[in-house]
Design a protein around this ligand. Structure first.
Ligand code: ZN
Length: 160
């Protein structure tokens, strides 16, 4: 069996900032990543690199921002009045908040404060970063009908 659309795939992965070599996240010593292939659950550059691989194969791929988390969108930098942060004792640069967007919940980061105006940035933290992924394919199985219907895997801790 090889990785193709509608397969549930377990992979070990390490992702680095390809320019600095810094490790951003790794499954080493933790659970493998399990995902449904072909449903945009991974960044496109990684998903494409995994297509056709079999259990035991390793992968190594450099993913450009265009094939990764995108490039920065300056329209996602906004100014909001301090009054919008009700219930927060002290708003400081570097704080992160969950906010609603047309595409679902996003994390916004406070990047500047001037008087009563707060600048927030909801670009993904990895926007504009060239990423290096590597790891090994651990398991491949057929997806169930309900997984295909929902577009994601249903693990033991599935909430619905
Ligand atoms: Zn579901």
């Amino acid at each position: 069996m090889v990785i193709e659309d509608k397969k549930v795939v377990s992979i070990q992965f390490t992702v680095k900032n390809a320019e600095t070599g810094d490790v951003i996240e790794s499954s080493e010593g933790a659970e493998p990543l399990i995902y449904l292939h072909g449903f945009k659950n991974l960044v496109p550059g990684l998903e494409n690199a995994l297509t056709g691989k079999a259990v035991g194969d390793s992968y190594e791929v450099t993913v450009s921002p265009e094939e990764g988390y995108g490039v920065r969108d300056e329209s996602l930098v906004q100014q909001v009045p301090m009054a919008a942060f009700q219930g927060i004792e002290k708003v400081e640069v570097g704080m992160e908040f969950q906010a609603d967007s047309p595409n679902g919940p996003v994390v916004v980061e406070v990047t500047a404060i001037e008087g009563d105006m707060v600048t927030v940035d909801s670009n993904p933290p990895l926007a504009c970063v060239t990423l290096g992924f590597h790891g090994v394919i651990e398991e491949i199985r057929e997806a169930t009908d309900s997984e295909l219907e929902h577009g994601h895997i249903h693990g033991p801790d599935c909430k619905h």
